[in-house]
Design a protein around this ligand. Structure first.
Ligand SMILES: [Cu+2]
Length: 386
């Protein structure tokens, strides 16, 4: 090798080594500096956590404003308490790892006449694998000898899902990562029309990471939020279902379902008017987020004269183009996230326009008070017609 060639090879080597070092330094610098966000996008702090919830199945008797008592069964987070209808709102943050354990230790569908149906939790809108979707046709998984698998199973495990609900004496943990902010709901998927009608439903809210006063990143901030679970009840059907389980009465045909009570968070009119969880109370100038969940079987058409809704999201997703409406049409299982800007003091009755009797009776009220707490309109009196 001549001298010139030696120098050339040496020079090239030094150049390549320098290039490599420069590359490493550049990569490290890039890693230690936060990436620039495109203009208009906010950076937010995400601190994902592991969130554990436990639900039990119990029964209860709901007392309606007219004195009627309705037998229900549903979920509760209190092992010593009775069923909550709707079930507790499960609130998590975007990015959280969520475990919801269903413990079936006192199945209310068991009696001397009935062996019990068992129960599940279907997490509607969370797009889980069939292992966790709560449909007894596919979940939860069991071993070959029929034992329920109580811990999360990896996608590539050899466990073959076997049909069946979580029966008396069993427990099962539903597991997911809350990937999208939004409003969801959960319900039992065993004898689904009966069990949901009897009270096995609740809301699940995923708040955007780091911005709990917004429904979604980049939607308006709010001062207060309400989660309104809408449902209906057919009191005669509930009585028949109770008699079927406990007195060996005939089976209720739920296709003949005819509701006589329309509920917000388990309350019927006129109790909704004064219930702080079933009516809205805000101060003039405030912005309120209303998360509506239709856990019932009827399409609803809801308006509140004097109020327009800005629809910012539906079914667990932010809308690309929020729109304004004064009447919310919400089908069974749907969810809508509405921003309302309350700029005039007063009391705004909320109606359902589908059922004539209901339109007369109203659903609930939006109270908008002055800054000093006064309201120019007296509290609405219950209309007992209809
Ligand atoms: Cu059930």
């Amino acid at each position: 090798m001549d001298k010139r060639r030696t120098w050339f090879v040496l020079g090239l080597t030094i150049f390549l080594v320098a290039l490599f070092i420069a590359g490493v330094v550049a990569t490290q610098t890039q890693n230690s500096t936060p990436a620039l966000l495109p203009a208009g996008l906010k950076q937010y702090a995400a601190h994902p956590q592991v969130r554990n919830f436990t639900l039990y199945v119990r029964d209860n008797v709901l007392k309606m404003p007219d004195g009627k008592q309705i037998y229900v069964f549903g979920y509760t987070d209190d092992p010593h308490g009775r069923a909550k209808v709707p079930a507790p709102v499960i609130v998590v943050n975007e990015g959280d790892t969520v475990n919801i354990t269903l413990i079936n230790d006192k199945d209310p569908t068991i009696s001397k006449y009935a062996n019990g149906d068992g129960h599940t939790i279907h997490l509607h809108g969370l797009d889980l694998s069939s292992t966790y979707d709560g449909d007894p046709m596919t979940a939860p998984p069991r071993t070959a000898d029929g034992q329920i698998i109580t811990t999360p199973v990896s996608e590539n495990s050899n466990i073959q899902p076997v049909l069946g609900p979580v029966v008396q004496g069993q427990r099962f943990t539903y597991h997911f990562i809350a990937n999208y902010a939004g409003t969801y709901w959960y319900h039992c998927h065993v004898e689904v029309e009966e069990h949901v009608q009897m009270g096995m439903y609740g809301a699940l809210v995923v708040q955007p990471a780091g911005t709990p006063n917004q429904a979604y990143i980049d939607t308006p901030t709010f001062n207060k939020q309400y989660t309104f679970v809408l449902s209906e009840m057919d009191s005669a059907a509930h009585q028949m279902d109770h008699a079927n389980i406990y007195d060996n009465g005939p089976v209720m045909n739920w296709t003949h379902y005819k509701p006589d009570f329309y509920l917000i968070n388990g309350k019927a009119y006129p109790a909704t008017l004064t219930d702080p969880d079933a009516s809205v109370t805000a101060t003039r100038g405030q912005t309120v987020l209303l998360r509506f969940v239709n856990a019932g079987s009827k399409v609803r058409s809801i308006s509140s004269p004097g109020v327009h809704f800005l629809v910012v999201g539906t079914d667990g997703r932010k809308l690309d183009n929020p729109y304004t409406e004064d009447t919310l049409r919400i089908g069974p299982a749907e969810r809508y996230d509405l921003i309302v800007q309350l700029n005039q003091a007063g009391r705004f009755i909320m109606h359902d326009h589908i059922d004539a009797a209901l339109t007369d009776k109203a659903l609930t009220v939006i109270n908008v008070n002055n800054a000093d707490g006064s309201n120019p309109v007296p509290l609405p009196t219950a209309n007992t017609k209809g």
